[in-house]
Design a protein around this ligand. Structure first.
Ligand code: AMP
Length: 451
């Protein structure tokens, strides 16, 4: 199936294609036609399933379709309202709206608390078709009479369960009362508590019900990829990947505590909020960092394997192995942090020439070769020779001596691409491979850390 089967406008298809998406995710395949048809929707979908494009694309289509409607006198009204629980999600969703709608004549605005309200008031004086807002600040504007919601045609409640968890139910009810009765309602929620059901019952009119793949499909949802890169350029590559893919929440694994600190500092300096957790941090610092990460206030959590044990973060879309673990089994534990609860997950490993043996050890354990992609601009220098890896205390990692060598010089005709140029100058999704064996391999070995 491709995006062109939905009847979305050419402008939207162009933006989606440029973003590199070729196939709609299951939630998109169900949500897009349902929203295009104009009815209400109740969707069970977590972060990582592609839900944002699932509602953004058809909303953009419907609004641009009608935008040819005759000129109305006065300032055009706000036509779509997307309510989200957090500022981070607001930023992410509004960015998607802008990105997917870049070839359309629609304008969007993000409205969040914690920042000066005056620029928002100024912005509201010009055209806003799509408003992405958190409930509190939106009500501030309503109170100040700087915002009218009387002509909203489409309402999206994104991560509705999280909004209720955060105590927004009264705000939501106040907002609903300000909207016109005749409108399309889309409700996205990862879970369905009685409270969500009650909200859905009061809000939705004969909704289409859709749900993303559920728990039993977990392992199939993890995409593994290895990016060969020089050891000195890993930090830079990580920053590049986070920004390029707009990863909103990433758990990054390093081998040492010192490495975790240095990486978190580097990312923070590069405007990517990051904190490190490891054994040398106080419990309260660790708890705080984890809490910020869980609520989505912290974009990157850098952790050592030990510190990450016991972390239970559901719906984590991206896990990055900044360094491969010394013990192959730890790879399985690490990637168990992603793709949970039916969400899609990425397990990305940045691998330098020193780690070729570790990679072999992991591939043996999981009985699969990890697909390798060189990222354009980060091609490894073939002249750089492998150096021994220590675990920070001068010891060789266990698997390094157990696995055969895979240095670049011995691997010129081989499958791993140290020093090889990327085929198309980009990270191509299509060459990624999906498989589920890691989890089964762990379970089959009777691992107490089966994921
Ligand atoms: P979301 O669940 O909306 O937060 O999206 C999760 C991730 O999936 C984001 O990084 C999106 O850019 C990406 N994504 C969404 N739709 C697709 C698609 N059809 N193909 C590939 N990636 C996608």
């Amino acid at each position: 199936m491709s995006f062109s089967t939905f009847g979305l406008s050419d402008e939207i298809i162009r933006a989606v294609t440029e973003r590199g998406y070729t196939t709609p995710t299951p939630i998109q395949a169900q949500a897009i036609p349902a929203v295009m048809a104009g009815g209400d929707l109740l969707a069970g979908a977590q972060t990582g399933t592609g839900k944002t494009a699932g509602f953004t694309l058809p909303v953009l289509h419907r609004l641009s379709d009608k935008s040819i409607k005759g000129p109305s006198s006065g300032r055009p009204p706000i036509r779509a309202l997307i309510l989200v629980p957090t500022r981070e999600l607001a930023a992410q969703v509004e960015e998607s709206v802008r990105d997917y709608g870049k070839y359309l004549k629609l304008s969007s605005m993000m409205m969040i608390g914690g920042v000066n309200i005056n620029p928002q008031i100024t912005r509201l004086k010009s055209r806003v078709d799509i408003l992405v807002a958190t409930p509190g600040r939106l009500l501030d504007h309503v109170q100040q009479k700087t915002l009218s919601l009387s002509q909203i045609e489409i309402l999206v409640l994104d991560e509705a369960d999280r909004m209720l968890d955060m105590g927004f139910i009264r705000d939501i009810k106040k907002i609903l009362a300000l909207l016109p009765k005749q409108r399309q309602n889309l409700l996205f929620s990862a879970t369905f508590s009685d409270e969500i059901r009650a909200l859905a019952d009061s809000l939705l009119n004969q909704p289409v019900l859709i749900e993303a793949a559920r728990r039993n499909a977990i392992a199939d949802k993890v995409t593994h990829v290895v990016h060969p890169v020089d050891r000195e350029r890993k930090r830079e590559l990580l920053g590049h990947l986070i920004k390029q893919h707009r990863w909103s929440q990433v758990l990054v694994f390093t081998r040492t505590k010192h490495g975790a600190n240095k990486l978190a500092e580097f990312l923070t300096k590069s405007d990517i909020p990051a904190l490190a957790i490891h054994g040398n941090k106080s419990q309260s610092a660790r708890t705080q960092a984890l809490a910020k990460f869980k609520t989505g206030d912290l974009q990157v959590l850098v952790a050592t394997d030990i510190a990450a044990r016991g972390i239970d973060i559901s719906e984590l879309p991206h896990v990055v192995n900044f360094e491969l673990p010394n013990v192959p089994e730890d790879y399985v534990h690490r990637i168990g942090r992603t793709g949970r609860a039916g969400a899609e997950g990425d397990a990305v490993s940045l691998v330098c020439v020193d780690e070729a043996k570790l990679l072999t050890g992991i591939e043996r354990l999981i009985k699969h070769q990890l697909p390798s992609q060189v990222v354009a601009g980060f091609e490894p220098d073939p002249r750089i020779k492998a150096e021994p890896i220590t675990n920070g205390r001068g010891r060789e990692p266990r698997s390094a001596s157990a696995a055969p060598s895979r240095s670049p010089s011995k691997n010129q005709g081989g499958k791993k691409q140290f020093g090889q140029k990327p085929a198309n100058g980009n990270v191509a999704n299509s060459s990624r491979r999906r498989f589920s064996e890691p989890r089964r391999a762990a379970a089959g070995r009777g691992s107490s850390h089966a994921v």
